[in-house]
Design a protein around this ligand. Sequence first.
Ligand code: ATP
Ligand code: MG
Ligand code: MG
Length: 592
Amino acid sequence: DTPRPSNFLRQIIESDLDRGTHAARLWGGTPGDARHHSQGSVDAARIRTRFPPEPNGYLHVGHAKSICVNFGLARDYAGTCHLRFDDTNPEKEDQEFVDGIIDAVHWLGFDWKDPEGGRENLYWASNYFDFMYRAAEYLIERGLAYVDEQSPEEMRANRGDFSRPGVNSPFRERSAAENLARFREMKEGRLPDGAAVLRAKIDMASPNINLRDPAIYRIKHAEHHNTGNQWCIYPMYTYAHPIEDALEHITHSICTLEFEDQRPFYDWLLDHLREGGLIAAPQPRQYEFARLNLTYVVTSKRKLKHLVDSGTVSGWDDPRMPTIVGLRRRGFTPESIRDFCERIGVTKDYAWIDYALLEACLREDLEARAHRAMVVLDPLKLELTNWAEVFGSDAHLEACELPALPHAREGEAVPTRHLKLGREVWIEREDFAEEPPKGYKRLFPGNRVRLKGGYVIECTGCEKDEAGHVTRVLATVVGGTKSGTPGADSVKVKAAITWVGAADAVAAEVRLYDRLFTDPQPDSGGKDYLALLNPDSLKVARAWVEPSLAAAQAGDKFQFERFGYFVADCADHSGERLVFNRITGLKDSWGK
Ligand code: ATP
Ligand code: MG
Ligand code: MG
């Protein structure tokens, strides 16, 4: 393994480990702790990170960055990363998404076990609802929270904005006893949705609007997948999240920069809960990094869902989707995505990352290991008219060999593929021109080319239908010029073209995917992403492919010579029906 480049998070962690910042942690006795005392102590000096998705959709490439950061740091510093489902929102969760998230993290190559002992660190935020409620009562008792019965509109108006301070709520100075009584009424279901919220009592004049008495509990008469109808009040994310981190003894709570302004509240809350003895010291600390912005993709869950629901794409796993299931079906490897996340690094600077970088990582990963194959995507029949004269019979098939990998690994033999050349061959329609444009080096009457890995041939003409379309190309084979034999270089040609022998060609559907959007930033600056859809993001070719591909298993990846990298489709490919997806071309074609 090459050493990983440092970044600000690594520096913070290394300094914390040096100073033993987390070693003093008191394990065990915290009320509501996800772990039970009987599970024993944990090495207190280890770092703990977490990845906290809301199970309300499929994960996308942006989440992959967060997964690589959090699980990657835990791996590199012998710590642990928790997978925590942030299910504080009662109505949105779905088992399909929970399963999808678990799959995605595993597929990317990570898990949530402790490095020793193998404890599973998979948690649910909703398991802490009791603790969160008690913590809220504690804040009320200490005069740090109050029940506000202003209407949502009043509350919004009184919050103020960047140019003016907020206005105190008329309910702000109620006594702790009255607040407690009102909060219990909320909890007991005696108030309808929206009638009141519990707010932290901080500072309505703070320049940080997040500190202007943020709401921490709201009323929502809704059934929850885990707690059923036990609750009709639910904690707000900004309140729940620091508590979840503290109860799980997270050391470094790493999130995206949008949460930077929430950090003062994160600390305010945990400072008070620690003073009250509700959580243990040391507290988790929040650190922020810049989210991933990738060109040509949309990562908003709502917008991705719309693409699925409207039938614009075939599903969450459509190979054009930036979801992890989509990237996987498209043919991206976990290695290439991890490498991509490593290369873009972790910073605090907003930047657009070029989609081409993701593809470059894939090419680099597959270059050495994807077997080569020849396919014809736009087939035109070629007939070698002197076949019987050269080989004794029109039925003769000439065995040809090509390397399956151009460079074998050290100590390994170069794997080979076996092809059969016969009188009839499929070639690419664009490899023949009756009247060649200037500089054209492929087949035209009178010109010679090599059939890659086979013989030199000379074009003699073509046949056409009534409409004038070329239906067949005619050529003669030049004997004694077979690739790999001493005579191969006796005839010089300027081009070698790809081909598939008609006698043993296998039919396949090849899905030529392209970017889903035509604009590099389809989701910024108020643009209408739906107006920027690429009408040519999928073209389907009825192809002929070389016989070695008949054995391809779903998920197998190849380099189709001259066309790029392809994968046997996970959903639709089978031994009876070959379906390949183009992952990416051989060279970067983005932004051109
Ligand atoms: P929602 O709009 O539903 O809140 P979300 O993208 O924030 O969607 P979460 O499930 O809350 O989804 O995200 C889980 C984690 O992934 C969060 O910690 C979030 O910061 C991180 N994350 C989300 N998008 C990106 C991104 N583009 N780059 C890096 N991290 C991201
Ligand atoms: Mg979120
Ligand atoms: Mg979000």
